[in-house]
Design a protein around this ligand. Sequence first.
Ligand code: NAP
Length: 247
Amino acid sequence: MRDRLKVLLLAGTQEARQLAKRLPEVLPAAKITASFAGAVTELPDLGLPTRIGGFGGGSGLADYCRSQDIDLIVDATHPFAVQMSRNAASVAEMSGIQIVRLERPPWEPQAGDRWQIVADLAEAATLLPARSRPFIAVGRKEIGRFYHRKDIDAVVRMIEPPEVPLPALWQLVLARPSREVGVEQEFLQSRAVTHVVAKNSGGHASYAKIEAARNLGLPVLLADRPELPKVPSFGSIEALCDAVRAL
Ligand code: NAP
């Protein structure tokens, strides 16, 4: 007979860091293990037993959950981390494991925003005008979708450099987004940016660039949320914790 609830926390977001603190309070008897993809080398200490690296697809995740006797998966990955969320949902369904997802609400347009919603980054890449200087705020795994646009002069910011170097003349800035709108405004102005390309990630950590674009009257090509599998989802840490407590 099982003595302790075993929880797998799929991390990689600010919310996952908060959940790493809250879940042990909500489930004091549970054994909670956090998991990172390991996409960046500098990972925060979540204060929980942590594993790093992919599981090896759905079957690898299923094996892991079986070997660790996982009862509950808490998916706190990024809203655009589609593959991980799909794998987690299908393993949960096939193995009878409970699953909950933290789904941070998307950003909503405000007065002054000049958003063009696009289905995905590939569409954003086709819509950028020739000779524009877009600030392309996407990760190192996604920037390659813009490389065929040799006729733009892009500014790219990411935490670690892409595996395939940027096209010649594009500017690479290795940094995290600032939470201060003034800093983001100065960034866009000093580089004479004409467009912003971003994903509708929601949350606070990367919103300042959207506000900066609004203040500067810049058009934003904003990739819409991808469709994720239907699992019980919660818009806030506390709502998710309440649901977990009631399980
Ligand atoms: P993804 O496309 O859904 O995941 C690709 C693969 O990375 C998954 O199939 C899985 O490998 C592995 N993986 C992802 N999250 C993992 C986790 N928490 N623990 C163990 N393996 C994980 O996701 P992604 O867009 O590459 O994002 C990777 C991580 O970065 C996620 O944790 C996400 O929350 C975070 N992140 C993503 C974004 C974004 O815009 N996509 C932004 C900020 C942070 P296997 O199939 O081998 O298991």
